[in-house]
Design a protein. Structure first.
Length: 633
């Protein structure tokens, strides 16, 4: 796991920016605290920060060249089947390796097979290769977007990097991409290929770029939908057996490491399965969880402890308070080099920081929600397909729900909030329903937050193109697997995986996600809906697997998640930040981006008895304002 960057200058003006290569590498130090390296030749520059995990000797350092000097590679990620590929390269092509690293295997796989090597890789990756003979760059991002990859193109140069802060280190012009900020207020994150800045893009998962001079060719090498054929017609026992086999194989591959390794264990279904399977192949397995002193409802440490006891892991619980989370806000805000307002990043950051004090690699259960139904919206989609009296009544009473108090702060008002969103979704076709239930704000409400001047160049068609990219396959007969497919395009890479990568790599911790082995995901998408979800239960087949692995009631308990107490913070501890700093009237008016009247109304609603989702919108604004002050203010 590492940080990478590169520059391809088209002319002397672009070549001037090579002086910033070292700075672009330095700002990625948190991703690779062990070693760093650069390569400069004529108009080409490559940079690397290394977190040593496999072959920690200097032989695995990067940028890595082949003996001929034609190819130079920078690579971020892990190739789990590198030993099998190494054997093929040695036996069929007489490759003589100088290291034990997966980096060198990737280098030779590309040299021999070209971009076809992408189909051979099992792992997560973002990499760039310079071919001196052809004078071209080739960069690629893994199938599901586990690893990030930004790029920038203008008349003078092409840049790429693991994080936007590295792109910015080259001294590019900075201007807000209007449509990205509008969609950010809708989703609380910015989906690829968009970024917050004009000219900077995120490479889509499963895509590659080949660039020579000023000619750029973007190609898709993987699409989950095209890998899925007919649903399996096997019985539940056989499906469960096959799924368990693929899960265990995936976990086993992700235990390969030359440095200390552990597992995030919340006590929930997903992490418990990972722990169970990992404990079969690694003795004295280390597991880590968070305990919440302030909230017994969200505190799952007793479940995590019971799972750890059963599998005899070396378990560590980090007991934290809301004050601990609050104290980490400045650090977290400072680390966002692009606005990102999923508040669960706060505890993930703290968990990663504490875990890194013990191990360098951690396995997590991320990805299971998106491929086995883990969200409330999945149950809502199941219920919405029913033409029953309940749905008719909820739709008919929608005007009633609209005027009742809505908030996440107590059970009744939260239920009303959910009914209102559900009723609105019932009236829409599947693609529009999906976008509504994935969003915090609709487009018109998001637009109402901005000044007319800021929206002068706004083009709503660009947002429609993003929506179409994510939901084009959702027809009137859309199944749950179709909804999950949309999640793998939108939520998974742009929210969940981005959060894990950003917060773990902030502390030099590598997180691996066994549920996202592409062979496992492809099989999971052929499992019929009835084995995943019904009107009262989610993750059915995973629960059945866990039932065989764990005794008693541990396999059957409600999912809690964790709710960061934003509303309480904004009404108390962070009140001055809102009223006198980041959302102060004078700041908003001088900035000229947001409509001061709309922001005043939002703040008023935040402190009212009926806040609705105001705290989520306020958090999105705080994150943006903090980012703006650091990078544009």
């Amino acid at each position: 796991m590492c940080g990478i960057t590169g520059i391809y200058a088209f002319n002397e003006a672009g070549r001037f920016h090579l002086i910033n290569l070292q700075r672009a590498v330095d700002v990625l130090e948190h991703r690779g605290p062990d070693t760093q390296g650069t390569f400069i030749e004529d108009r080409i520059g490559l940079g690397h920060r290394r977190l040593s995990v496999i072959d920690i000797s200097p032989k695995g350092n990067q940028p890595m060249k082949d003996p001929s000097g034609r190819y130079t590679l920078v690579f971020n990620g892990e190739i789990y089947n590198y030993l099998e590929l190494r054997k093929i390269l040695e036996e069929r092509h007489q490759v003589q390796f100088r290291s034990e690293s997966d980096t060198e295997v990737l280098l030779y796989a590309y040299i021999i097979y070209g971009e076809k090597c992408l189909q051979m890789l099992n792992g997560f990756f973002a990499f760039g290769i310079y071919d001196k003979s052809e004078n071209e760059f080739f960069i690629a991002r893994d199938r599901f977007g586990i690893k990030p990859l930004y790029y920038y193109l203008d008349e003078d140069k092409f840049l790429f990097a693991s994080e936007m802060r590295s792109i910015l280190a080259y001294g590019i012009q900075k201007s807000i991409h209007v449509e990205s900020l509008v969609i950010y207020l809708q989703l609380n994150y910015i989906p690829a290929p968009l970024s917050i800045l004009k000219g900077v893009s995120k490479l889509l998962p499963g895509h590659s770029i080949r660039i020579r001079n000023k000619e750029i060719r973007i190609s898709k090498f993987y699409e989950l939908e095209k890998e899925i054929y007919e649903p399996v017609t096997l019985n539940s026992g056989t499906i469960k057996e096959m799924l368990l086999e693929k899960l265990e194989e995936s976990v086993k591959k992700r235990l390969v490491s030359d440095v200390p390794l552990g597992v995030f264990l919340s006590g929930g279904i997903d992490s418990s399965i990972i722990t169970a399977l990992a404990s079969r192949h690694q003795g004295n397995l280390r597991t880590f969880s968070i305990g919440y002193k302030n909230s017994k409802f969200f505190d799952e440490k007793k479940y995590a402890h019971q799972v750890a006891m059963h599998f005899k892991t070396d378990h560590t619980t980090f007991d934290i308070t809301n004050e601990d989370l609050l104290d980490h806000l400045p650090e977290i805000l400072d680390h966002f080099d692009e606005p990102f307002a999923d508040s669960s990043a706060i505890p993930v950051n703290l968990l990663s920081k504490l875990t890194k004090e013990n191990v360098t690699v951690a396995l997590s259960g991320d990805g299971a929600d998106e491929i086995f139904t883990g969200y409330n919206k999945h149950m809502a989609f199941v219920n919405a397909k029913e033409s029953n009296l309940v749905n008719q009544m909820i739709k008919a009473l929608h005007p009633f729900w609209k005027f009742l108090p809505k908030s996440r702060n107590n059970h009744m008002s939260n239920r009303i909030r959910q009914l209102d969103r559900y009723a609105r979704g019932l009236k829409l076709p599947p693609d529009e329903r999906y976008w509504l239930w994935a969003s915090f704000l609709d487009e018109q409400k998001a637009l109402s937050c901005f000044t007319k001047g800021f929206l002068e160049d706004y083009n709503g068609q660009k947002i429609n193109e993003i929506i179409h990219l994510m939901t084009s396959h959702l027809k009137y007969d859309a199944s749950i697997n179709d909804i999950l497919m949309a999640d793998t395009r939108l939520v998974l890479p742009n929210d969940m995986l981005y959060k894990i990568d950003l917060m773990s790599m902030a502390h030099g911790l590598e997180v691996r996600v066994p549920f996202l082995d592409h062979n496992l995901v492809e099989f999971a998408m052929t499992i019929p809906e009835k084995f995943k979800i019904n009107s009262h239960e989610q993750k059915i087949i995973l629960r059945e697997i866990l039932k065989d692995l764990l005794p008693g009631k541990l396999h059957r308990r409600p999912k809690h998640g964790f709710e960061v107490p934003l509303l309480n913070w904004f009404r108390k501890d962070l009140k001055n930040l809102i009223k006198r700093d980041l959302l102060a009237d004078h700041f908003i008016e001088d900035q000229g981006i947001f409509d001061s009247g709309a922001i005043r109304k939002l703040k008023k609603r935040l402190y009212s008895p009926n806040p609705g989702d105001a705290h989520a919108h306020i958090w999105a604004l705080i994150v943006f304002q903090s980012w703006w002050k650091k990078y544009l203010g």
